[in-house]
Design a protein around this ligand. Sequence first.
Ligand SMILES: Nc1ncnc2c1ncn2[C@@H]1O[C@H](COP(=O)(O)OP(=O)(O)OP(=O)(O)O)[C@@H](O)[C@H]1O
Ligand SMILES: [Mg+2]
Length: 112
Amino acid sequence: MKKIEAIIKPFKLDDVKDALDKLGIHGLTVTEVRGYGRQKGHVEAYRGVEYQVQFNAKVKIEVVISDDMAQKVVTAIRETANTGNIGDGKIFIYDLSGVVRIRTGETGDQAI
Ligand SMILES: Nc1ncnc2c1ncn2[C@@H]1O[C@H](COP(=O)(O)OP(=O)(O)OP(=O)(O)O)[C@@H](O)[C@H]1O
Ligand SMILES: [Mg+2]
């Protein structure tokens, strides 16, 4: 199993959710977050000029899927969240060692 964590622009959330629905994804978690990447939150890097880091609003999507779905999910998020502009976000991919469905006690792929 894999956990995919994607940090995206908030206005892209609905499109990404629709794309994941089409792949048959059964569940996900969304969190409002703030962060910055290599431009430190600014539209442009001002070379040689000191400036403060600025946190930008982003949305974090966490989705757990079986190994064979991982590449499809990453590609769907990448293509849907992409505007071609800076700040489009990042996708982090984790190996996941366990899942338990609390109601039934099912584990692993059965619990996704
Ligand atoms: N190395 C990182 N670790 C954790 N979170 C990150 C990292 N890089 C980016 N993020 C998160 O992703 C958000 C978007 O990052 P962003 O797309 O600006 O990355 P970037 O590397 O600067 O790429 P780009 O040049 O396309 O802007 C950030 O606001 C932050 O929340
Ligand atoms: Mg950036």
